[in-house]
Design a protein. Sequence first.
Length: 203
Amino acid sequence: MFTGIVEEIGKVRVLEQVEGGWSLTILASTVLECLRLGNSIAVNGTCLTLTNLTANSLTVGLSPETLRRTNLGDLKAGDGVNLERSMVSNGRIDGHFVQGHVDGTGMVRDFQPEGDSLWVTIEAAPELLRYIVPKGYIAVDGASLTAVEVLPDVFTFMLIAYTQQHVVLPGRPIGSRVNLEVDILGKYVEKFLGGGKYALINH
């Protein structure tokens, strides 16, 4: 479980195929503190398992399903990634509950500055947009954000100056993919009411 508060922007060292899957090594510093092999860490909002640690890097394993579901397969050496260690039970929750289970990807449609803030428009599929509501939570590449406007094919949010400096999104080109995790509460409500993708029964 995570909070969506990015602790550090790491730098991809290498994404390589290994026996049975893929391996991603990331240069980092802050998040390395207190980590142990087997711990979970969110990389661009994707919960992954640590398979190796050095004094200045971490390595995680990637399954084919993870590459299909997320934007991690798009990464190249030198790319920045959002990193967050799993939350501790006695810690402060400053964002929202983020599982690190990416629901799908969206596409960066537009950036528009307003003062020192930045409006961001993300294109997403209808099956994801149905769970996004104005003023509701959304995790974009693992960063906890608040949706402002939700339209048939896009949603918008605003990044304050501080957030722009501490997440990878403002440096992404238009058209790039971002990982999206919707608020799980919407899925549970839909299931309990007996409708939609997560229905208990079929009508």
